[in-house]
Every structure is written in C-alpha cells, then in structure tokens.
Design a binder for this molecule. Structure first.
Ligand code: ATP
Ligand code: MG
Length: 291
C-alpha cells in the first residue's frame, strides 16, 4: 500500500528516475571509503556532494535558540530526496534545537532554511506542515491518551480543509500498517510505549510530507520496538523517497541506516560523513559507540 494518491505516485515515479536522485545516491556510495570531514568550508562542500544538486532541505549558517539564549551557532545541513541524515552529539549539544528551529518552534536569529528550493525560514509550524511539507515528531509523547488510535491518527490531518480528506489519508495509513488498523478503536493509552511511538510516526505521515524531522525515535524502547521503528523509517526512505532528518542516541543503529551523519558539538557541526564513515571513525567510536 502506498501512502500517496495516484497523481503523487506518478510524480514520484518521475522523480525517482531523476538525475538528481541518482547523483545523490552515487555521491553517498562513492564517499564510503573516505574519512569524515571536520572543517568549515570543506564540511559544506562535503554536504553538497552527499546531498546532490537539488537538496530537499538546505540549511545555511543557522543561528537559533530560545529567547535570548543562543544554542545553535551557524549550522549548515543538506539532505537529498530519499536520504536519511542522522544528527548525533552529546546531551545539550543543540540537536533538538536544530530540529525545532527548522520546524519553526525555536527562535531563528540568522541563517536560512530552504525546503525544495523555497525559503521557509520565517514560516511557523502550521505553514511548514501545510505549505512546505515538513512533518515533525518531537521527543516525548504527543498523543491524546484517552482518544482512540483512529482519532489520534485523524488529528494528523488537522490542517486539511476537509475533514473527509483527513479520514481518507488516515485510511491509507491503516491500509499500510494493518497492526495499527487492528487497534483503531483502542484508546492510545492501551498501546505499548513502542506502539505509541509508531502511532506518532504514522500520524506524521497523514499530511504526506516530503521531509520528516524526528527526535530520538527509539528513546526508551526495547530492542523489538526499536527494530520496528528503524524498519519503518528505512521503508519510508527507500519506498517513498521521504527525506528524513533524525536525532538518535542509538548511534550504531542510526549510522548503519544513515546516508549522511553529522556530529553536533556546542551548537555547531563538528564532523560530516556518510553513516559508514562515521561508524568507522575512532573518535566517533570512542564518544558515541562505546568503543
Ligand atoms: N525550551 C528551552 N528553553 C531554553 N533553553 C532550552 C530549551 N530547550 C533546550 N534548551 C537549552 O538549549 C541547549 C541545547 O539543548 P538541546 O535540547 O537542543 O540539546 P540536545 O543536543 O537535543 O540534547 P539531548 O541529547 O539532551 O536531547 C541546552 O543548553 C538546553 O538546556
Ligand atoms: Mg534533544
């Protein structure tokens, strides 16, 4: 079952065969044997090469924070269609703030955010979702525990003008994830914590985003549900060519999946490479992989 309507599927097929996507993939593949890149201009060039000519997400010199506190200081990011970029870094490094700023939840003081070539820097979260196709799954549960699974899923389409469209979009999600359909009349609180996380991710798909921001998807979950989350993300990237920007503590697992990895330290990008490069880097191993 595909998430998208026939028109979008046709559009997606033509994009799938586009040279941009091919170039992005080959840039990722050819980078696998190299070292991660660690210095300013070189990191930007590396990101450009990894994401291809027409990145879905382009972030230039982003400066952001909360109120007077600046926690992100000049971050550059690129993400191509159907790619997954993983941000890793120590607690308090600014990873969540980067996601919040891109989605319009943190204050942006400088820099630029482009999605699909459009400047969306100053759009608020509703416009980001409706007009720019950016969906965001934040850290911590955002479900309504007493509402049914079905109603929680409908809420993913709260910005759609017609309620019937939201319900139709939710049905497409139910068709794709039968386990979710089998729980549709249960209150969200009756789901296991891992199932709630999967429902949050499913709800973010109702608006058929082109870019998904997701913060710590496997946090607090056991191995079985972590596997299901990573499988779902893998499938969305590869089958739907969704672009995914993820923050994740399980660095080994995340880098194994990621096309691009970025280490964030003190509000800046400190290292860029393919997931495989970062996995093989001794400093990353020492800091994040327990090796
Ligand atoms: N809502 C907020 N208001 C003010 N400061 C905040 C807020 N959220 C985070 N901060 C501060 O911003 C800095 C960066 O926090 P952020 O949550 O982005 O880090 P992180 O890399 O996601 O950390 P973690 O791995 O713990 O989730 C920290 O110093 C944090 O205390
Ligand atoms: Mg965080």
């Amino acid at each position: 079952m595909n998430l998208q309507n026939p028109h979008q599927q046709r559009e997606r097929r033509s994009i799938r065969s586009s040279r941009d996507a091919d170039r992005a993939r080959s840039a990722v593949r050819t980078g696998d044997s190299a070292e991660p890149t660690k210095h300013g201009e070189a990191m930007r060039e590396r990101l450009d090469a990894l994401a291809g000519d027409a990145p879905v997400l382009r972030v230039d010199r982003l400066i952001a924070g909360y109120g007077s506190k600046e926690t992100v200081s000049g971050v550059d990011l690129r993400l191509g269609r159907g790619q997954l970029l993983c941000l890793l870094g120590p607690n308090g490094a600014g990873k969540s703030t980067i996601l919040h700023a891109i989605f319009g939840l943190a204050d942006i003081r400088g820099g630029r955010v482009e999605v699909g070539g459009r400047n969306v820097t100053r759009l608020g979260p509703n416009a980001k979702l409706r007009e720019a196709g950016i969906a965001c799954v934040l850290q911590g549960s955002s479900l309504f525990p007493d509402m049914t699974v079905e109603r929680n899923l409908w809420l993913g389409g709260y910005l759609m003008r017609d309620r019937a469209d939201a319900r139709q979009a939710a049905e497409r999600i139910f068709e794709r994830y039968p386990w979710l359909a089998s729980r549709r009349n249960d209150p969200a609180r009756a789901l296991a914590s891992g199932e709630r996380r999967l429902l949050e991710l499913a709800r973010a798909l109702v608006m058929q985003p082109r870019l998904l921001l997701i913060d710590e998807p496997s946090m607090g979950l056991g191995a079985a549900f972590s596997d299901r989350i990573f499988e779902m993300l893998h499938d969305l990237r590869d089958r739907d060519e969704l672009s995914i920007l993820m923050v994740e503590q399980n660095a080994k697992r995340a880098l194994a999946l990621a096309d691009i990895g970025c280490v964030v330290a003190c509000g800046e990008i400190a290292m860029v490479g393919t997931g495989a490069e970062l996995l093989g880097d001794p400093a990353v191993g020492r800091l994040f992989l327990g090796g």
